[in-house]
Design a binder for this molecule. Structure first.
Ligand code: SF4
Ligand code: SF4
Length: 62
């Protein structure tokens, strides 16, 4: 088991683009009209979690 990764709640995401532009790993892309985090790239830095205006991104313990 690796480190927990950030997850987007699809039902909460407003597609504002904020998280995509701040991710230092460029781990977030669009899936349809929602943000999608690539587990392989995410380093669990929590920047996207702090950036999301609607609290749509969560991390398990970070
Ligand atoms: S936790 Fe950090 S590395 Fe992972 S998706 Fe969010 S901003 Fe990118
Ligand atoms: S910052 Fe939040 S609302 Fe905006 S695209 Fe990312 S997950 Fe969706």
């Amino acid at each position: 088991m690796g480190k927990p990764k950030a997850k987007v709640s699809i039902s909460k995401c407003l597609a504002c683009c904020g998280c995509i532009s701040v991710c230092p790993q460029h781990a977030i892309s669009w899936c349809g009209n929602k943000a999608l985090i690539n587990d392989e790239e995410c380093i669990s830095c929590a920047i996207c979690i702090r950036t999301c205006p609607v609290g749509a991104i969560s991390g398990d313990g970070f």
